[in-house]
Design a protein around this ligand. Structure first.
Ligand code: SPV
Ligand code: MN
Length: 621
């Protein structure tokens, strides 16, 4: 048995065959050998946990031109095809055994899907090297963690994997029987700029039963970096089957009184403030995108799945994002993608300095005023331009929490969206079920540039997970409710909204979220009271005023409070009715969903009768 099943062994470097021979895991050998036979690489490279292998991948990415050097030694940049700048919803499909439909999910019959992508992958690595990486999702040796193996022919993708996740080749050497997630990727043919050419054949398919993702003819990291959003489709399905939660959430520590740290998770749709919240200078970052949450002796405990950040750089500036700015402008390693490069320096929209009028960007050699094939003016950087950086590079990283094998206790869970006219800036749910249903499962958010397509359209996005959803939404909500029922100490559930507007103007400053975090932290410890409203508990003015002063040195006025925390009764009723209609269309919706929504609608209607369409928080409620 063993590695002799790898065909064409004699063609590959002996150094790599030696690494393969360390692996006694039959499933890995079969997996690798299947894709060698299919994709026909001219060479292979296995990434172990050594520093040499790390440096080799980074160097090859530069040599091959997938990344290029910036003026700062450890800074590189990468471009994706002009039309490959975000996750591709249309060509992302969940493969189901009989092609059965799942609410809101693009599905396809499993064997037809596999045949289609594998057809596109046939011989695709001729003349190229197949790079094989071994990763841990979560801390090594943690009961939370899962392992994954990535196959790719892109050094940039492997380099990103290695900055964002822990390599764990040794685990596979030590555990010949271990199972793992499988990520198969090829960028396909590239043009002279080294970007994927055949976008019409771009596919991102998920074989849940085979714990496998298959993606081809794309480079954008959201479509290609296996342990991240590709694994996520698979782990959502796993979590549902095993009764835990795999979520699109940050994990952060909020500093409370007497030196205590309270951990909060936060789910926001892409580009709605999730990364910036997790990086608030006054608090401690653990992770910004993906968590696993499990029950342990009656408590919810969470880990960050990742070891780095792949974040949006648009709008990042020194004043609003000090922690991130310092990390980016240190001498630590960063990959900038789809920014403007001028004289070896990276530039992006909203960075707060003058942007040059020329350079190279995602469109090629660029001058201000250039138009694309559709006649739209090309911006200096793409709205979804990103930075890739290891968490190590952040001041105020909570390293202990990042490495905690048992995870950290979750004190609160936050749900947020881009919502101009309904939710107040912060609100605590009445209890777990109310929070899961009326906050998490009711998120509606205006679309952003993180996926291809139109922006600014109000979209139903429960738990901010819809773009990654791989299971029946009704069953997913059922799992959340059941998970809460197992907990003796349930995290409090909050909803936040940073995007509330009046007359087209935002009612809050970006940085106000620093205050909401402190308020939530105090609520978790029962230190302050709140105003009970039909949608949950909102802050009292007398608690916010000193918090604004101490956190932001700002004089918070009653007028601001009244505007921001007005209960928009009519809009809220409309929203609950909209959400109810959506869930009515899903056969598996738990009965609790209708009960909670109906009860809230009832409470809102009563308030409307007594006090009207919009009610001041100062009025007795
Ligand atoms: C997001 O868009 O939610 C991201 C980046 O975290 S991606 O990898 O594209 O999903
Ligand atoms: Mn994300």
């Amino acid at each position: 048995m063993k590695s002799s099943i790898i065909s064409k062994r004699e063609l590959f470097p002996s150094s790599e065959i030696k690494k393969i021979d360390l692996l006694q895991n039959q499933k890995i050998l079969e997996f690798i050998s299947h894709y060698i036979d299919l994709m026909e690489p001219s060479s292979i490279f296995l990434v172990t946990d050594s520093r040499e292998d790390y440096e080799y991948i980074r160097r090859k990415s530069l040599e091959e031109g997938e990344e290029r050097q910036l003026a700062v030694k450890m800074h590189t940049y990468h471009f994706d095809n002009y039309y490959d700048q975000a996750r591709d919803k249309e060509n992302t499909k969940i493969l189901t055994p009989n092609g059965e439909n799942l609410p809101f999910i693009n599905t396809m019959e499993r064997s037809a899907g596999i045949a289609e992508v594998e057809g596109l992958m046939k011989g695709i690595m001729r003349g190229r090297t197949m790079i094989i990486g071994f990763f841990s999702l979560g801390p090594k040796d943690s009961p939370f963690s899962m392992k994954g193996v990535q196959i790719t022919d892109s050094y940039y993708v492997m380099h990103s994997d290695m900055m964002l996740y822990r390599t764990d080749f040794d685990y596979f050497v030590r555990n010949p029987g271990a199972d793992f997630l499988r990520f198969v990727h090829s960028q396909g043919e590239v043009d002279t700029r080294k970007v994927s050419k055949n976008l019409k054949n771009r596919r991102i398919y998920f074989d849940l039963d085979g714990n496998r993702s298959l993606s081809v003819n794309t480079q954008y990291a959201g479509n290609t970096v296996g342990p991240k959003k590709l694994a996520f489709r698979i782990t959502i399905n796993r979590a549902l089957k095993e009764g835990w939660l795999s979520e699109h959430m940050f994990l952060m520590g909020v500093n409370g009184s007497g030196g205590r740290i309270t951990y909060l998770t936060g789910a926001f749709p892409s580009a709605c403030g999730k990364t910036s919240t997790s990086m608030i200078p006054s608090e401690k970052i653990v992770g910004d995108d993906l968590v696993f949450i499990k029950e342990d002796r009656g408590k919810a405990r969470a880990i960050n799945v990742e070891n780095g950040v792949f974040g949006i750089i648009d709008g990042v500036n020194e004043d609003d994002d000090a922690k991130l700015w310092n990390a980016i402008y240190s001498d630590r390693e960063v990959i900038f993608s789809n920014v403007l490069v001028h004289n070896g320096e990276p530039f992006w929209n909203g960075m707060g300095v003058d942007i040059p009028d020329s350079g190279e960007n995602h469109s090629g050699i660029w001058k201000r005023g250039n138009k694309d094939a559709e006649g739209n003016e090309i911006t200096p950087s793409h709205k979804n331009a990103r930075f890739t950086i290891s968490l190590d590079s952040f001041d105020g990283l909570d390293r202990e929490a990042l490495e905690a094998k048992e995870g950290v206790v979750v004190g609160g869970m936050i749900f947020g969206g881009r919502d101009s006219d309904t939710w107040p800036p912060v609100c605590e749910s009445l209890n777990w079920n109310h929070g899961v249903i009326n906050k998490g499962a009711s998120i509606e958010s205006e679309t952003t540039a993180a996926t291809l397509g139109k922006t600014g359209v109000r979209t139903f996005n429960p738990m901010s997970i819809m773009e990654f959803m791989s299971v029946d939404l009704g069953k997913y909500v059922r799992n959340y409710l059941d998970f809460g029922a197992k907990l003796k100490d349930k995290p409090l559930i909050f909803a936040v909204n940073y995007f509330l507007k009046e007359n087209g103007k935002f009612l809050n400053e970006k940085i106000d979220k620093a205050v909401w975090l402190k308020w939530m932290e105090k609520r978790i410890h029962g230190e302050i009271g709140a105003v009970l409203t039909p949608i949950g508990y909102i802050p009292k003015y007398e608690d916010l005023k000193p918090l604004f002063k101490s956190v932001l040195n700002k004089d918070y006025t009653v007028k601001e409070y009244e505007e921001q925390f007005r209960i928009r009764v009519a809009k809220l009723i409309e929203k609950d009715v909209r959400i109810k209609e959506i869930y009515k269309g899903i056969r598996t919706t738990p009965a609790e969903v209708f009960r909670e929504l109906d009860e809230e609608i009832g409470r809102l209607k009563k308030l409307k009768e007594e006090k009207g369409d919009s009610v001041s928080p100062v009025a007795q409620m």
